[in-house]
Design a protein around this ligand. Structure first.
Ligand SMILES: [Zn+2]
Length: 455
């Protein structure tokens, strides 16, 4: 069950981080070695209730700083019950409450000879995305309020992936800092020209940008928690400045993780890579079951695998796969939206590929072979059974997830690394291209997503 696998990993890791944070803090504090990363911050103590925008801002700011302290980006969010101001997880559960970004994480010092080196963990592990997972995992068990009665408060404007996710989930969203590069309100107007209808109308109702003392006025819908209160301008400024500083720190501390494929050895034909193969097969039963002669030319066998995954996963509508630069299919899943309305096939694929790679790199016994065999998913090919649907929130989230996974300027390649066997389940590919062209600069300009049919 892919959704159980990936969510279990996310939640397990989050719990472990909370549990060990005090120990990590002590170890880092006593080290005399200058750190390329942000100063360690204690795992924040969470208030169970907040009563205005400023308190909500302080809450997510503290968790954002915590994100930087584990080697990731200083961005974080929390779920607030509109009627009571309760921080949802803090009241309902003692395990998980507000969540920081975990796109990168420090590797275990046993594999880095004691230095702080961060490594990509999961490009989909943004705070909003993880909070949404947690919500649907716990909604029934903890009798949580309905999404429309909750505000997801976030330190930084949601990216395309998180926007599609929270719109699909139905939360209100309260935002502090603007992100002019990847944020859905990148032009600060609150008009959401980068969203297709009907998502644009929904965002105007559900999103809100907090006003500040002496600064901007509140812009957004009426049902966002604390929309009638002001935050301090310094809180908003801090949300942005800690994020910017963390980006520099991630770059400075990141272990080389974008190895050019010409420097890699094919794990499928390398006897030393048995542990890589078995780890992927544990994460995804069909891993290494297909090898393409050309990694950019998906075959009828891959088409058949994706259809089989869709047809054998209850409630699934589509499927997707990741093919590495040697043509190995490393990760292939159907969507699991019958149990979690935001668990798309693509995001299941990205999570299984990335988290497995991190775990292999983070273990002494497999560290070296993982670095020799695996690289950034931007070098491989993503293959969809159906192209994303242009007006559907979860498809918009997928465009965002792909953009976050590639993350850097990509040459225009033909064939494209973003291919599909069949048309969208609703809408057309030409509409999809228009949606992509209107997205924030990260997606429309830097990554320049280019959907192409399999030839
Ligand atoms: Zn995001």
């Amino acid at each position: 069950m892919p959704e159980q696998l990936t969510r279990r990993n996310l939640l397990k890791a989050a719990t472990v981080i909370s549990a060990v944070s005090a120990v990590g803090l002590t170890a880092c504090s006593s080290s005399s070695t200058p750190q390329a990363t942000a100063s360690p911050v204690a795992s924040p103590t969470l208030p169970k209730t907040v009563s205005n925008a400023e308190e909500a801002g302080q809450l997510v700011l503290q968790y954002a700083k915590y994100g930087a302290s584990i080697g990731s980006y200083a961005i974080a969010g929390a779920l607030i019950h509109n009627a009571t101001g309760n921080v949802i997880g803090a009241v309902a559960s003692n395990v998980l409450f507000a969540i920081q970004n975990r796109v990168n994480q420090f590797l275990d010092q046993a594999v880095t000879s004691g230095s702080n080196e961060s490594f990509p963990f999961d490009p989909t592990a943004h705070g909003e995305r993880q909070l949404t997972y947690w919500y649907f995992e716990n909604r029934k068990k903890l009798n949580l309020p309905d999404p429309q009665d909750i505000t997801l408060v976030t330190s930084l404007d949601p990216c395309a992936m998180c926007t599609g996710t929270v719109l699909a989930a139905g939360f209100n969203v309260g935002v502090f800092a603007i992100d002019p590069f990847a944020g859905i309100n990148f032009n600060s107007t609150g008009t959401f020209v980068d969203l297709p209808e009907p998502l644009r109308a929904q965002a105007k109702r559900r999103f809100g940008y907090y006003g500040t003392q002496g600064g901007r006025a509140y812009v957004g819908g009426p049902s966002v928690a604390f929309s009638g209160t002001l935050a301090n301008q310094s809180t908003l400024d801090d949300c942005y400045s800690v994020y910017k500083a963390s980006s520099d720190n991630v770059l400075a501390s990141r272990k080389g993780s974008d190895t050019d494929p010409s420097q890699l050895v094919d794990p499928a034909t390398n006897p030393q890579a048995a542990a890589v193969i078995s780890a992927y097969q544990q994460a995804c039963p069909s891993a290494f079951s297909i090898k393409l002669a050309n990694y950019r030319q998906p075959t009828p066998a891959l088409h058949a695998l994706l259809k089989k995954l869709r047809d054998t996963t209850p409630g699934a509508k589509s499927a997707a796969a990741y093919v590495d630069p040697f043509g190995n299919v490393l990760s292939a899943f159907a969507d699991s939206m019958a149990t979690d309305p935001v668990a798309t096939a693509l995001q299941n694929v990205i999570q299984a590929y990335s988290q497995t790679r991190f775990n292999l790199t983070n273990s002494s016994s497999t560290h070296d072979i993982a670095l020799k065999s695996l690289t950034s998913a931007k070098y491989g090919t993503f293959v969809f059974l159906n192209a994303p649907s242009p007006r559907v929130a979860t498809s918009f989230a997928d465009l965002g997830a792909y953009g976050s996974t590639v993350g850097t300027k990509a040459p225009v390649l033909d064939p494209s690394p973003f291919q599909y066997f069949e048309p969208p389940l609703s809408g057309t590919v030409s509409e999809l291209r228009k949606v992509i062209a209107a997205m924030p600069p990260l997606y429309s300009q830097l990554v320049a997503i280019n959907p192409q049919p399999v030839r």
